[in-house]
Design a protein around this ligand. Structure first.
Ligand code: COA
Length: 177
């Protein structure tokens, strides 16, 4: 991110500027749905903008990582992250519901900067417990998340090409230990 760019939290009176991340569904979510989701407390959207256009946006909601979302081997791995007395069938998480970088700004590490920002945000003065960041990544974005330390939650999705998205998780505990 450079000095011209600023991060703003979407408000109901925000005036949208030009934006195209190359994924129609994501563009339309920002333009037509993000304010309703905000109003109904379903997700909060953050925008990185310049005076002229929107550079990127992301939306986050509360989530959980549960035994039902994971393949058996991954769940065993997740359980090992916690002492035996803290084993549960789910753990608190925050979900990246949507994330898009404008096509003019791709490949400039803005997406990675957003992930670093989120990782820090949820381990700094956190108001609630949150162990993981989750995302149902579009198939072509899976390498982007894996480059940023995310792991597959259910390997069967990665192997099944009929699935459009693939669940991944990031363990926030590694940032503080
Ligand atoms: C996926 C997306 C968010 C990445 O943002 P970005 O700012 O271009 O990504 P970065 O520049 O931070 O890339 C980080 C790394 O991931 C790699 N990467 C990014 N997108 C990739 C892709 N589609 N396939 C493979 N690798 C990718 C980059 O090469 C880079 O690797 P490097 O660190 O070795 O140079 C952006 O391309 C986008 O908005 N795509 C369309 C919408 C989308 O798919 N969103 C995700 C929905 S879950």
């Amino acid at each position: 991110m450079n000095e011209e760019m600023r991060l703003v939290r979407l408000t109901e009176d925000y005036v949208f500027k030009s934006f195209d991340c190359g994924e129609k569904d994501l563009n339309e979510f920002l333009l037509f749905d993000s304010k309703d989701y905000l109003k109904r407390l379903v997700s909060v959207t953050y925008i990185i903008e310049t005076d002229e256009r929107i550079v990127a946006f992301f939306s986050v909601s509360n989530d959980r990582v549960s035994i039902a979302d994971s393949d058996k081997a991954t769940w065993r791995k997740i359980k090992k992250l916690f002492p035996h007395t803290k084993h549960r069938s789910d753990y608190p998480a925050v979900k990246i519901g949507r994330l898009g970088v404008d096509i003019h700004y791709k490949g400039q590490h803005i997406g990675s900067d957003i992930l670093s920002f989120l990782k820090r945000l949820f381990v700094t003065n956190n108001r609630t417990g949150c162990v993981f960041i989750t995302v149902d990544a579009l198939r072509n974005a899976v390498p982007f998340y894996m480059n940023n330390g995310f792991l597959l939650l259910d390997k069967s999705f990665a192997e099944d090409e009929s699935k459009d998205t693939c669940p991944l998780y990031y363990d926030l505990f590694q940032l503080i230990h």
